[in-house]
Design a protein around this ligand. Sequence first.
Ligand SMILES: C[S@@+](CC[C@H](N)C(=O)[O-])C[C@H]1O[C@@H](n2cnc3c(N)ncnc32)[C@H](O)[C@@H]1O
Length: 213
Amino acid sequence: MGRTKLKKFIELKSFPNVFDQEQEMISANLKKYFANKNSYTLEVGCGEGDYTVNLAKQFSDRNFIGIDIKQARLYVGAKKALENNINNAAFISARVEKLTDVFKENEVEEIYIPFPEPHVRRRSIPRRLVSPEMLNVYKNILRSDGRIHFKTDDRDLFQYSLEVISKAGLTIIKQNSDVHSQENLTLAETITTRYERYYKREGRKIHYVCFRF
Ligand SMILES: C[S@@+](CC[C@H](N)C(=O)[O-])C[C@H]1O[C@@H](n2cnc3c(N)ncnc32)[C@H](O)[C@@H]1O
């Protein structure tokens, strides 16, 4: 590990808004941190947590949590939240597959999945954050009326997600195959992440779908 990365890693350990899925009391610790009974909105594979920070700034009566396995990325969002006194945002170093160890049934209000890896090899398809296996994880923690927002620049992954949604008989609330060429966008479409800004500069089309169980 490089010196800068190591420094960030050590600093991250002292951040009050960062939790580790391995912590024994993680659910209780999250409740203590937020100190309210507001529901949770998750950003999975959050990277630098653009949705978490942006939404938390706008909705002070809700709790937002970014989840990622890469701590160097979590560091950026967590630091931004701390520097801006955004107390209703937190971050968890965790695999999405383990979320049922952290959250109980109906505890989550909404889930954002921005720009996950496409995992093109056949055997890694179950690791896609919109695979049936992952949807099952979300179903176990999401409220029955909870929405899932998915954004990608990858046409094949988008097509795959629509097939998964259709096969599972889920309800599509909004679908947009070229976000940046449209007007009247929802807030979920408007917020951009680090990866989205990069893809936008490259002139790639951004696809979005919002759906529920
Ligand atoms: C392509 S990056 C996108 C980051 C960010 N969402 C953005 O749009 O800027 C995908 C992120 O998902 C995270 N990720 C991939 N699989 C994951 C998993 N199973 N659990 C948690 N995070 C995961 C990666 O570590 C990475 O930071």
